[in-house]
Design a protein around this ligand. Structure first.
Ligand code: THU
Length: 130
């Protein structure tokens, strides 16, 4: 999962912020789906790496993430934005979240492990069965 996130980060389209992000989700089935940030000249149409990975998972017919890795530039790892937290919560109340920072040379320079339920307590969920 971490290697997939790092590989996806190398494909990030981030000409405006120059802040490349790679993400990957691991599902119960053992499959890994990766994504990167895809920026847009309008800025507002920018897609984050985490949501891009979730879209790849859903497009493949998988809906059961158990962990997510996010790779950013260092020195400290970036944390998923609020919208991405909510999008991850759509598919699992909680999951392991691994945040990594990569140096410009490609070495992992920092790593933090946390949980989605900690990053987004009291998350919104529609009380309907799906
Ligand atoms: N970004 C992500 O890919 N994931 C996040 O959770 C936060 C921000 C991207 C969006 C934009 O392309 C760049 O990082 C700077 O905000």
């Amino acid at each position: 999962m971490i290697e997939a996130a790092r590989a996806a980060r190398s494909h990030a389209h981030a000409p405006y912020s120059r802040y490349a992000v790679g993400a990957a989700v691991l599902t119960q089935s053992g499959r890994v789906y990766a994504g990167c940030n895809v920026e847009n000249a309008t800025y507002g149409a920018t897609l984050c790496a985490e949501r891009s990975a979730v879209a790849a998972m859903v497009a493949a017919g998988d809906h059961t993430p158990i962990a997510c890795a996010v790779v950013t530039a260092g020195p400290e790892p970036g944390a998923p934005c609020g919208i991405c937290r909510q999008v991850l919560v759509e598919f699992a109340r909680d999951m392991k979240v691994i945040l990594l920072a990569e140096s410009s040379g490609g070495a992992i320079v920092a790593k933090k492990t946390t949980r989605l339920a900690k990053l987004l307590p009291s998350a919104f969920r529609l009380s309907v069965s799906r």
